[in-house]
Design a binder for this molecule. Structure first.
Ligand SMILES: C[S@@+](CC[C@H](N)C(=O)[O-])C[C@H]1O[C@@H](n2cnc3c(N)ncnc32)[C@H](O)[C@@H]1O
Length: 202
């Protein structure tokens, strides 16, 4: 059902969230080193995965929309970078463990019955010391019309993320309001939570 929604959105011409990377992700440019491995979950049409590949990282982009990933691959080709893609439902995926320097989660909103498990799997996919970079909409986004899931149960806040990632070290966890200009579906004042979490040594 959700999968069909994304297939339809990405079948539209252009790029739903643009081709420029998420701004919060780019503020971590200095942390990223060429050759590092990064898993980008729910990468959609690839704006973030392709930007990370342009920084010299080895990128694995995962999404259940084949249409989105085809566009991601085309964007990577256009920018002369390599992108490995896997078209899978993350809730059914055999997640890798101890493999990545970063896991990037930008506006991937999981339903409440799987959300904590998905976030734990993301933490487990990191090498010890590796980091998650996450941006999502908060409950307050329901009073804006700048994008995101229209139902409370799919939205997050800082305390919910603190619980999901309690096994990691929270390096940043901030709720804020910001103006989004991401393609045609994330535009305007938005209520956001941003997080960076480090996997602790085993
Ligand atoms: C709002 S879009 C964000 C896309 C991208 N991260 C960006 O910021 O441009 C959410 C993405 O998560 C993907 N997604 C959501 N649930 C998923 C799941 N269970 N398995 C795989 N992909 C999923 C959707 O297909 C969609 O591409």
């Amino acid at each position: 059902m959700q999968e069909e929604f994304w297939e339809q959105r990405y079948a539209e011409p252009g790029h739903a969230y643009g081709t420029r990377p998420n701004v919060y992700l780019t503020t971590h440019r200095e942390l990223l080193q060429p050759g590092q491995r990064v898993l980008v979950i729910g990468d959609g049409e690839g704006r973030n995965g392709v930007w990370l590949a342009e920084q010299g990282l080895n990128v694995v982009a995962v999404d259940y929309s084949a249409t989105g990933l085809r566009k991601a691959e085309a964007l990577a080709k256009e920018r002369y970078v390599a992108l490995t893609t896997h078209c899978v439902d993350l809730t059914e995926w055999d997640w890798p463990r101890y493999e990545f320097d970063f896991v990037v989660i930008i506006y991937v909103h999981f339903p409440p019955d799987v959300r904590a498990v998905m976030h734990q799997a993301a933490l487990q996919a990191l090498k010890p010391g590796g980091q998650i970079i996450l941006e999502a909409f908060t409950f307050d986004q329901l009073s804006h019309d700048s994008g995101g899931p229209p139902v409370r149960e799919m939205l997050y806040d800082a305390s919910l993320l603190a619980k999901d990632f309690h096994q990691g070290e929270i390096l940043e966890l901030t709720e804020c309001s910001d103006f989004l200009e991401e393609g045609k579906y994330h535009v305007g004042e938005a209520a956001i939570v941003r997080a960076r979490i480090r996997r602790l040594p085993a």
